[in-house]
Design a protein around this ligand. Structure first.
Ligand SMILES: C[S@@+](CC[C@H](N)C(=O)[O-])C[C@H]1O[C@@H](n2cnc3c(N)ncnc32)[C@H](O)[C@@H]1O
Length: 225
């Protein structure tokens, strides 16, 4: 992008590749943090509508969303929206990259420390596939945003997260009436069909977003147990 300054803020090398935080300054002079994994843009702090809607849409569907499981901490916008709801008593976030959790805790991501200081929030450093497979408690909401979606994976291993076996397991960890929402950067008809098979019904929502002044859409897939 012409004229846009971008500097590296933090970097970690993991067994899955590199995780990088960069800061850029918009034309209006605002600082924006950007998360990149293996060279792929994952998200930034400028356009967070769909990360917030991932939580908001689910919260609106359940009367008492006391316990919430979030897959993928990222820069914390889904978690922030979950914790903004006073009905939520417990929010468990599963994040595979320990370095990112540390950047959120130590203020490398400036809004991180206050967010993670909320006594209702806990962060588990694990693969969501493992965490869901081993879950012993039930949740009112399961919110998944661990990759760019089934058509545009950052980590090939995350393919499983969009498949029927895993979706069945998500249904198992939901209380009756509980809701699963899955985020995707692109339309995901196979995911919608798999969720309809597993849950009996499922809904696709398209959300308008602005990516560096370019209008785009991101997608949410919702199903209720
Ligand atoms: C797009 S970001 C999540 C954004 C988040 N919704 C927010 O509001 O900031 C995806 C996150 O999922 C994490 N992740 C990727 N694969 C994962 C997995 N299998 N299990 C848990 N976390 C994973 C990434 O490290 C990254 O932090």
């Amino acid at each position: 992008m012409d004229g846009v300054q971008s500097v590296e803020v933090a970097r970690a090398e993991t067994e899955r590749g590199e995780v990088v935080l960069r800061r850029r300054t918009t034309g209006a002079g605002a600082d924006v943090l950007e998360l990149r994994v293996n060279g792929v843009f994952v998200m930034d702090t400028l356009e967070t509508t769909s990360e917030i809607e991932l939580a908001a849409q689910a919260l609106a569907l359940v009367e008492e969303p006391a316990a919430v499981l979030v897959g993928g901490l990222g820069l914390g916008y889904t978690l922030q929206r979950v914790l903004a709801d006073p009905r939520v008593q417990r929010a468990v976030v599963v994040e595979i990259e320990q370095a990112l959790v540390e950047w959120m805790r130590d203020g490398t991501v400036p809004h991180g420390p206050a967010l993670l200081a909320d006594a209702r929030a806990s962060v588990v450093n694990a693969d969501i596939a493992m965490a869901i497979a081993e879950a012993r408690t039930h949740y009112d909401l399961v919110l998944l945003d661990v990759d760019n979606g089934p058509g545009y994976l950052v980590h090939q291993a995350n393919e499983a997260v969009y498949e029927p076996q895993f979706l069945h397991r998500c249904r198992d960890v939901l209380r009756d009436g509980g809701v699963l929402v899955v985020w995707s950067a692109n339309p995901a008809p196979d995911l919608l069909a798999a969720m309809r098979d597993v849950f009996g019904d499922a809904e696709e929502q398209a959300h308008d977003v602005l990516l560096q002044d370019r209008p785009e859409q991101y997608f949410l897939y919702l199903a209720r147990r």
